[in-house]
Design a protein around this ligand. Structure first.
Ligand code: AMP
Ligand code: GLY
Length: 424
């Protein structure tokens, strides 16, 4: 089987690595990929949102299955076009992807189908939104409606922060059209977890739980990023919580999507806040999380190619994923300045010291290979993933490997997984 993976991050590197272990997979292409992915897949120089270019490539190269990593090609309607042309593809339709590409759509669906989430109001008018926050006088979360690479959410405890967030989105229009509508939500308190399911439209199966670390600095300080590290499983998600999320969030969301005439096929990712009143949805994503994929896929013992094919064929009732009992941790190594502007083209050293270690995996997010060396090209440069018998061991392995890698300005969190230790 020939597979085409679309995307260029750590998640796509993890997908390529896992798919390369499948006995049925003979060839992997990745468009556009990155330096690390190029070691295990043939890179294709086509942008991940160039739907026609990708379709043309898949046809000409007899690709059997296309796997979409990030949200933007899904929102651009890639899977619709591929299916129209009779090509097998993994990921939801454009209409179903609105669960992520429009926070207004997602929140309205949750309101309609009684799915627990923070109370919210929707605004298009800057001055009305300002009056609302001035009146509210409480911590609020302000979100641009559309896709903003994880940066369109502002958790604001004070009125000054709220006014600044509204100014950025609605007046300065830093997210362009993605900020035409704004959500203002009540701020929830609690601990977060990521829960992903695969859905084929009729059946769904659970994937392993995980926890991301969104803020750039230790102790959850600083602005939100795409994710600075993750671990799986998340001990916070015990059987009771898991079943509550399935019954109160995942099942009614999938049923709601069917009722709206936009059945959901692919990974559905619920970002959950566990509050004293029970789990509430912070957001939906329509794809594997990044870096959550980097800690879930190493624990998956079932053939990923089979799982993905069953999803597309509507036969998830025939398979149930199995997981390694151990724990997995990923620490993201980022460029100085990320999530704001950062320098590129900096030499990465030390990776050769990890080459012989079979207990750690390196998933590249933003690198290019030049000669024999990798250079940085992104804010998130790579993630170091370690697998251990428990979270403590996984953390030791991961951080001992992190110490070996270096580049000028390297920045990473030193407290990934700290929240999980209190359960061990
Ligand atoms: P989102 O992209 O909507 O998940 O938001 C990114 C992050 O902002 C979440 O992972 C939370 O840390 C935080 N966040 C979003 N919505 C809320 C909320 N209503 N209350 C508290 N924190 C939130
Ligand atoms: N790590 C969060 C996300 O993938 O959106």
């Amino acid at each position: 089987m020939k597979i085409l993976i679309i995307g260029s991050g750590g998640r796509e590197h993890a997908l390529a690595w896992k798919l390369s272990l499948s006995p049925d997979v003979k060839k992997i292409f990745c468009a556009p990929g990155n330096g690390g992915i190029g070691l295990i897949a043939e890179r294709v120089d086509i942008n991940s949102e160039d739907v026609h270019g990708l379709l043309d490539f898949a046809r000409k190269n007899s690709v059997d299955f296309t796997v979409v990593g990030p949200e933007a090609p899904l929102a651009a309607g890639l899977t619709d076009k591929f299916r129209e042309e009779g090509l097998a593809v993994f990921g939801p339709s454009r209409a179903a992807s609105r669960l992520e590409s429009s926070k207004v759509f997602a929140k309205s669906l949750m309101r309609k189908y009684n799915i627990p989430t923070a109370d919210f109001e929707i605004f298009e008018d800057y001055s009305r939104s300002l009056s609302y926050v001035r009146e509210a006088n409480r911590p609020l979360v302000i979100k641009a409606d559309g896709l903003a690479a994880g940066k369109g959410v502002f958790v604001c405890n004070t009125l000054v922060e709220q006014e600044l967030a509204l100014k950025k989105i609605m007046n300065d229009k830093v997210f362009g059209a993605a900020g035409k509508q704004v959500l203002i939500e009540d701020k929830l308190e609690g601990e977060e977890a990521s829960i992903m399911f695969l859905s084929d439209g009729d059946n769904s199966v659970a994937l392993a739980s995980s926890q991301d670390h969104k803020q750039v600095f230790d102790d959850d300080k600083g602005p939100n990023t795409g994710g600075m590290g993750a671990y799986s499983p998340a001990p916070l998600v015990d059987q009771k919580l898991f079943s509550e999320v399935k019954h109160r969030v995942i099942d009614p969301t999938l049923a709601g999507m069917n009722a709206e005439g936009t059945p959901y096929k692919g990974v559905i990712y619920a970002g959950i806040m566990v509050t004293p009143q029970g789990p509430k949805v912070l957001e939906f994503n329509v794809r594997f999380g990044d870096p959550e994929a980097q800690v879930i896929l190493p624990r998956l013992q079932t053939d990923l190619a089979r799982l993905i094919i069953k999803t597309e064929e509507g036969r998830l009732n025939e398979i149930s994923p199995e997981w390694d009992d151990g724990s997995c941790v990923c620490v993201v190594l980022a460029s100085a300045g990320y999530p704001d502007s950062y320098q590129k083209n900096i030499l990465v050293s030390g990776l050769d010291k990890l080459r012989d270690r079979d207990d750690v995996l390196v998933f590249h997010s933003g690198t290019e290979l030049k000669g024999n060396a990798f250079y940085t090209t992104g804010g998130r440069v790579m993630g170091i993933t370690g697998l251990g018998k428990d979270i403590r061991q996984a953390l030791e392995k991961t951080y001992s490997a992190v110490k070996e890698v270096n580049f000028e300005g390297i920045h990473f969190r030193r407290d990934i997984g700290a929240k999980a230790l209190k359960y061990s």
